[in-house]
Design a protein. Structure first.
Length: 520
């Protein structure tokens, strides 16, 4: 039975257009989903849009459009980036589903989850009086405010209303025990520590309904209230695998203790690592395997913000630099978990160094030497060199277990470096001149074989380019997984005829950003 792996991105608020931050999380999740599929796992990959709450209600009002219509429109901008019906799939994302919280299936799931928490005695009616930040859709305590604003810088407003509360305070010890028993529940470690110390300070009950607007899912049996948008939003992860139908095929398959991986930005860690497990405990449902928190991007050293006019759109990036290049750079540029900076110079430098000069050059030299000196056929090999690839592969698997994409890519780069050094040292062109055809054949074979391995390993990151490379090596579509990397019998076969080679990773030049494509 293949291992089950359920990976999610946060669902994105539809108050505005997608930007670099959204693209990053989605691409990182996609790389992980593709990696796990290549490793043989049964993967379910979910993304979608978060469409209720005060923030969306306000944005719809500001646009003068009914909230449902507004969310229909804005959700499309997110759908265009990923796999959704016949969308453009700008980022070539391999999600299995796309959820919208305004869908009926989701409303049904939220109602049942609410009822389960109520049945556990964890919901009561009271009055909320305190601060609320619409931008963050979060409640803040007086002591958390900095200069009259939320710690995130968002404006806060004083809210006093009747509200249902969730007995979060009841779950503090249970959560601490759970974190202790599952030290990998939150990665990186620094984030784990942050959550543990937050919970240790003591948890207050959480207001989980609102009455001052109605753009949300009504609370069962009390239509005056709509559910707090985070209760609604977090439930999406259950909805997509069939909840409340716990007997459904997909629910049974994907919702287990060790299957669910939520990828989130550091700003929404508390919701996922504290509130969400508490809701699930209350509803007697298994908890996720892991909450993986990533850092934030700045652009040319500055925080991305509308007021600075430096918000980068995914489309702008892809049109200026190419999708494969952007995907590669975003995961190579920073250790996963840290903050990172998008600088045009750095992007161009990284892409040229790794994709063009290392992998591209290696592939191009190998394939064109085979075309020129061996009639376009894979040569015979009598002396194998394997560049220690197995160790690199083992390291890649380890790094990917911890979502350390940068380190995983570094391993592929090291393998490419070794192969490039080998070409220079063996100088197959000279072997040809000296009439040492067997030696030349050996060198070209070993090179072509390491190019096959590199291409297989690069597939999650640069799916189109890596597969083009595999096409050039005439590798059948169903022989491109990690199984075919590790199992003897799938290495290149001597005498296979190859098509005329063509470049895969061109060098890119620094171009000014296309102003028209910026989201402002
Ligand atoms: N709707 C909630 C999530 C609900 S999940 C049940 C939400 N949406 S969001 O659209 O505001 O943000 C989605 C994600 O984008 C978050 O993980 C956030 O960290 C990420 N990013 C927003 N700006 C970012 C950067 N500048 N850099 C990296 N990621 C950033 O929160």
């Amino acid at each position: 039975m293949p291992n089950k792996f359920y990976i999610t991105t946060p669902i994105y608020y539809v108050n505005d257009s997608p930007h670099l931050g959204h693209a990053y999380t989605t691409i990182a999740a996609d790389v992980m989903a593709r990696f796990r599929r290549l490793a043989g796992d049964d993967v379910f990959f979910l993304t979608g849009t978060d469409e209720h709450g005060q923030k969306i209600d306000k944005a719809a009002k500001a646009a003068g459009v009914e909230p449902q219509k507004f969310t229909d429109l804005v959700s499309q901008r997110f759908q265009a980036l990923v796999n959704f019906k016949d969308s453009e799939n700008l980022l070539n994302i391999s999600n299995n589903d796309f959820i919208r919280t305004t869908e009926e299936r989701h409303k049904a799931a939220c109602k049942v989850l609410w009822q389960k928490m109520l049945d556990s005695g964890d919901i009561y009616l009271d009055k909320y009086a305190g601060w609320y930040a619409v931008r963050d859709e979060a409640y803040y305590q007086e002591g958390e405010l900095i200069g009259g604003k939320a710690p995130t810088g968002a404006d806060v407003e004083w809210v006093e209303e009747e509200s249902y509360f969730f007995k979060l305070s009841k779950y503090g010890d249970k959560l601490l025990q759970f974190y202790k028993d599952n030290p990998e529940f939150i990665i990186p470690k620094s984030r784990y520590n942050e959550v543990v110390s937050f919970v240790k300070k003591g948890l207050k009950d959480l207001s989980i309904s609102r009455t001052t607007f109605n753009w949300g899912i009504p609370v069962p049996d009390n239509n005056k209230h709509v559910m707090y948008v985070w209760v609604d939003a977090l439930t999406n992860y259950l909805t997509a695998v069939g909840y409340p139908n716990e007997g459904s095929e997909s629910f049974k398959k994907y919702w287990h203790e060790n299957t669910v991986h939520h990828l989130v930005g550091k700003d929404i860690l508390r919701f996922h690592a504290v509130y969400w497990p508490a809701f699930l405990l209350s509803a007697n449902l298994p908890l996720p395997a892991q909450i993986v928190a990533h850092g934030w991007w700045t652009v040319e050293g500055e925080k991305m913000s509308k007021s600075l006019g430096n918000v980068v759109s995914p489309r702008e990036l892809v049109e200026n630099y190419g999708l494969e290049q952007v995907r590669y750079f975003l995961l190579k540029a920073m250790p996963f978990g840290n903050d990172g900076d998008l600088s045009r110079d750095k992007l161009v430098e990284t892409v040229n160094a790794d994709l063009a000069n290392n992998f591209g050059n290696l592939a191009q030299r190998t394939l064109s030497m085979i075309a020129k000196n061996n009639e376009g056929r894979i040569p015979k090999c009598t002396d194998y060199v394997d560049f220690g690839w197995e160790e690199h592969f083992a390291n890649i698997q380890n790094e990917m277990k911890n979502f350390q994409f940068q380190n995983a890519l570094n391993e592929i780069v090291l393998l490419g470096n070794k192969a490039n050094e080998y070409v220079d040292k063996q100088a197959p062109w000279a072997l040809k001149k000296e009439g040492k055809l067997e030696e030349m054949g050996n060198v070209l074979y070993n090179l072509a074989e390491v190019v096959r391995k590199i291409a297989i390993l690069l597939q999650p990151f640069c799916p189109v380019a890596a597969n083009k490379l595999l096409d050039q090596l005439v590798i059948p579509q169903n022989e491109r997984s990690f199984y075919h990397l590790q199992t003897t019998g799938y290495q290149l076969k001597a005498d296979t005829g190859l098509p005329a080679p063509s470049g895969i990773f061109p060098r890119i030049e620094i171009k000014p950003m296309n102003e028209d494509l910026k989201v402002v």
